[in-house]
Design a binder for this molecule. Structure first.
Ligand code: 5GP
Ligand code: MG
Length: 180
């Protein structure tokens, strides 16, 4: 275990088994579509999307969006910024939106609204983690890997100050790291 991690919350093998289940659901739910547009949110979703999508044998197209809602700390800023100059063309498409974690709900709500405004025919949302808490925006994911408590987690794509995204598990940081 990495020395900065106080506790492993979800081990790699547990994540892998759960991905098999979600992938089967996504496959079954979209089997009748001739093509599915995946939109993944960077950077947090990059590990989850790579591991999940390789388990989904559908004709997929993958686009990534850069959005920012966190600005270095451990609290959501309340504002969602679209950082790309050009957004993918989702007009008339069936979209699977992938993010790492559903926290306040602002990100999924804002991006879902944007994709609909851009003409997406259907938007389904998929997150690795859902925090069990009261959300600023009432939104729940159509597919969710795990429900966790309202605590700050890192690993498997999720960062603190740009670090820990490469950890193969989801864990909780040692409090001394966050306060230093
Ligand atoms: P929301 O808009 O739902 O508040 O937050 C979504 C974004 O906030 C996620 O994409 C993620 O980047 C960030 N976030 C929320 N909770 C956590 C957390 O516990 N750890 C990390 N590293 N990022 C989080
Ligand atoms: Mg994020």
């Amino acid at each position: 275990m990495h020395e900065d991690i106080a506790k492993v919350l979800i081990a790699e093998e547990v994540i892998e088994k759960r991905l098999d289940v979600i992938a089967r659901k996504v496959h079954a739910d979209f089997a009748d579509e001739d093509s599915l547009q995946v939109v993944a949110l960077l950077k947090g979703a990059f590990v989850f999307m790579a591991d999940l999508l390789r388990r989904v044998p559908l004709r997929l197209e993958v686009e990534c969006l850069n959005v920012a809602s966190y600005h270095g700390g451990t609290e959501s800023s309340g504002q969602v910024d679209f950082l790309d100059r050009k957004l993918p063309d989702v007009n008339g498409r069936c979209v699977l939106l992938i993010d790492d974690i559903l926290d306040t709900g602002r990100t999924l709500a804002a991006v879902t609204a944007k994709l609909r405004e851009m003409g997406a025919r259907e938007v389904k949302t998929c997150v690795l983690l859902t925090k069990d808490k009261k959300r600023a925006q009432e939104v729940e994911a159509d597919y969710s890997g795990f429900e966790i408590g309202d605590e700050f987690v890192v690993g498997y794509g999720l960062d603190f100050d740009g670090k820990y995204r490469n950890l193969p598990y989801v864990g909780v940081l040692d409090p001394s790291i966050i306060s230093s």
